[in-house]
Design a binder for this molecule. Structure first.
Ligand SMILES: Cc1cc2nc3c(=O)[nH]c(=O)nc-3n(C[C@H](O)[C@H](O)[C@H](O)COP(=O)(O)OP(=O)(O)OC[C@H]3O[C@@H](n4cnc5c(N)ncnc54)[C@H](O)[C@@H]3O)c2cc1C
Length: 412
């Protein structure tokens, strides 16, 4: 039987970065996934390493905004009546956790991770030869009216006390850096974040580094995961694997391990979509750009311009609904000259979300040697390298660089 010190279940960006961080601390590590590395949620995100996202995505508390969302009147968020009964208890908790004082506490808890998210990725990227994927240009939040731009400027001001930098543009000054964008009233340029030209390539480069350093990647199904006499076992295509310790990095599928072991985790998914377009001849997009008033983002990627959508509140496994991406396309075409569509159908991913928008990072309280690192919501790419480090420090007895207690599963 194959044996390893640590089994990491799930080879999305969180699992692969966690495996690298544990391996760097001297443990033999085996990664197990039912698919290839990075082929699920981590495949299709917008590629932002959100160094400026101190404040999480909150449930709106303004009744006018809620009334719009209630009738599916805003493209950035959509829900399905058929899924509402399953979602309602989670939404209620999300609403409660978005109360301003609580939300501020959550933001301060995750702040040390946000502060080091980019430097930690840069260190791993340098080792993996992946710095060529990184673009340190920040990203743009675009507004179509003075009213929304004023609200955008106020939101941008909130992050300045944390040492983060923004630039403000009117439509004329925006044209100096993005001459192909049209119909924009004003923009906030978040200068500290970075972005990737190919999120899948990053996961694959981390996985290649992990294997070069002696790590093993196997195909296997986490539903076969079981506590065993001397640790934990899982079935793989290469036969059974036994590990002294195990880490659950299954993102939206964490429940396949947590539920049978008796951990009740209030996870829901906010689904999102993408599709790629060729830029029209002569057009170029130099920064990822979020159309804040219309709820979609355009990101320049190696494959073309990636249009990504906001949040769809639906059950993880309900059939895809392309309403948001279909509504975004004509608006996006007026914003930026898009050419041919490059994908035969949109891609769908699932952001794994806990109601307080904090991940679960830390030990399983009733299972010695079992650890969790999942639930990174809108920021799984951003937080992967740094949350992997935090977990690896906890597992190996190092002093954690940040207080891990806000991320403990016991909070539920
Ligand atoms: C449209 C969109 C845009 C986004 N933009 C950004 C962004 O710009 N920046 C950012 O930081 N984040 C962004 N995100 C969020 C980010 O993509 C996720 O938080 C992140 O990918 C989660 O990574 P993960 O490794 O936890 O999950 P995943 O990538 O889903 O990995 C989980 C792995 O578990 C495996 N698995 C599942 N079930 C089993 C099983 N039974 N047995 C074995 N393996 C199994 C899967 O195959 C998968 O590889 C975006 C998400 C979406 C949908």
């Amino acid at each position: 039987m194959r044996q390893t010190d640590v089994l990491v279940l799930g080879a999305g960006i969180v699992g692969v970065a966690t495996a690298l961080q544990i391996q760097a601390r001297g443990r033999s590590v085996t990664l197990v996934d039912r698919r290839g590395a990075g082929e699920e949620t981590s495949f299709g995100n917008a590629g932002l390493i959100e160094r400026a996202s101190i404040f999480p995505y909150l449930f709106p508390r303004d009744w006018r905004a809620l009334a719009v969302y209630a009738v599916n009147g805003a493209n950035e968020a959509r829900y399905h009546l058929r899924d509402l009964p399953a979602f309602a208890p989670w939404l209620l908790r999300y609403w409660r956790e978005s109360e301003p004082d609580r939300a501020f506490r959550h933001a301060m808890a995750v702040r040390p991770l946000i502060e080091s998210c980019l430097s930690e990725h840069e260190m791993l990227m340098a080792q993996a030869g992946a710095l060529k994927l990184l673009r340190k240009t920040g990203w743009l939040k675009l507004f179509r009216s003075e009213e929304t731009f004023a609200a955008g400027r106020a939101a941008a001001k909130r992050i300045e006390p944390y040492g983060l930098k923004v630039a403000l543009y009117d439509s004329a000054s925006l044209r100096t850096i993005e001459p192909s964008l049209a119909g924009v009233h004003g923009a906030v340029h978040y200068l500290d974040p970075a972005s990737l030209t190919d999120p899948l390539a990053l996961t694959l480069s981390y996985c290649a580094l992990f294997e070069q350093r002696g790590g093993v990647f196997l195909r296997g199904d986490a539903t076969t995961f079981r506590p065993a006499s001397a640790g934990y076992g899982v079935e793989t295509e290469q036969g059974p694997l036994l590990a002294r310790e195990a880490v659950v990095c299954l993102g939206p599928w964490a429940d396949v391990v947590t539920a049978p072991l008796g951990y009740s985790v209030p996870m829901a998914v906010k689904r999102g979509y993408h599709t790629h377009f060729a830029p029209a001849p002569g057009a170029a997009l130099n920064h990822p750009a979020l159309d804040a008033d219309n709820g979609f983002l355009l990101a320049p990627m190696a494959r073309g311009i990636r249009l990504t959508t906001g949040a769809e509140f639906a059950r993880r496994d309900s059939p895809p609904d392309y309403t948001q991406i279909e509504a975004s396309e004509p608006v996006a075409r007026k914003l930026f000259p898009l050419g041919d569509k490059l994908d035969s159908k949109p891609w769908m991913g699932r952001r794994p979300c806990l109601p307080d928008m904090l991940p679960v990072i830390g030990p399983a309280p009733r299972h010695k040697g079992l650890w969790f690192n999942f639930g990174h919501q809108h920021h799984g790419l951003t937080l992967s390298a740094i949350s992997g480090r935090l977990l690896a420090e906890m597992m190996t007895g190092e002093t954690p660089f940040a207080d891990p207690s806000p991320f403990a599963i016991e909070r539920f």
